[in-house]
Design a protein around this ligand. Structure first.
Ligand code: FMN
Length: 194
């Protein structure tokens, strides 16, 4: 039987022509059987402020947390900013990490990244993996999707045309599908992760 997995994808870049948003669109074309992908736009999420949180999560944050909770796995496509992750992405993760419930806890997650430089977000992805440690998120380790020299790999409409990169994404999605099935909590909602 084919495993089914609903994946929530989001990008660490807000710009219209973002290569990382384009990676998510490419992933949507390359999904393995049984996988669905929903893309969430981080643009409406405000800057984290504990005083605001005390009054209740803002609607965009509530929606983000609900969509994470409803997903079997996450797919994050992010640029590297100054050897780390963009504030937009860290801010969204910070909001999602706040109690009382912990939608990120034990969530399988895969990472992709595109950069206009030669190292394809390698350092940014490492920084993101560090955040996963404290949140007890469950990252796919391999394959890594590091898209260097991004302007050469997309056409003018923002479609990923590089066949090699499309192959890497396909393999990452296959790995995410298998990993999600492997770590899926069993025995009902109170079950703990293996
Ligand atoms: C504030 C800032 C810092 C950046 N730092 C890095 C970096 O450390 N490494 C890198 O490869 N590219 C860096 N870049 C370039 C990005 O890789 C490039 O802008 C990329 O296209 C952003 O992703 P996007 O197309 O999804 O918006 C930086 C860009 C910005 C705006």
């Amino acid at each position: 039987m084919t495993a089914s997995a609903h994946v929530l994808g989001f990008a660490g870049s807000l710009r219209k022509g973002s290569f990382n948003k384009a990676l998510l669109r490419a992933a949507a074309e390359l999904l393995p059987e049984g996988m669905t992908l929903e893309i969430f736009d981080l643009a409406p999420i405000p800057m984290y402020n504990a005083d605001v949180q005390e009054q209740g999560f803002p609607p965009s944050v509530r929606s983000f947390r609900e969509r994470i909770a409803a997903a079997d796995a996450l797919l994050i496509a992010t640029p590297e900013y100054n050897y780390s992750i963009p504030g937009v992405l860290k801010n969204a993760i910070d909001w999602a990490s706040r109690p009382p419930d912990q939608p990120l806890f034990g969530k399988p997650v895969a990472i992709m990244g595109a950069s206009d430089g030669p190292r394809g977000t390698a350092r940014g992805q490492l920084a993101l993996r560090l955040v996963f440690v404290t949140l007890n998120m469950l990252p796919v380790q391999k394959p890594e999707v590091l898209v260097a020299d991004a302007p050469d790999k997309f056409d003018a409409s923002g479609r990923l045309t590089d066949e090699n990169t499309r192959g890497h994404i396909r393999k990452l999605l296959d790995a995410l599908s298998a990993w999600t099935e492997q770590v899926r909590p069993r025995g009902g909602p109170d079950a703990t992760i293996p």
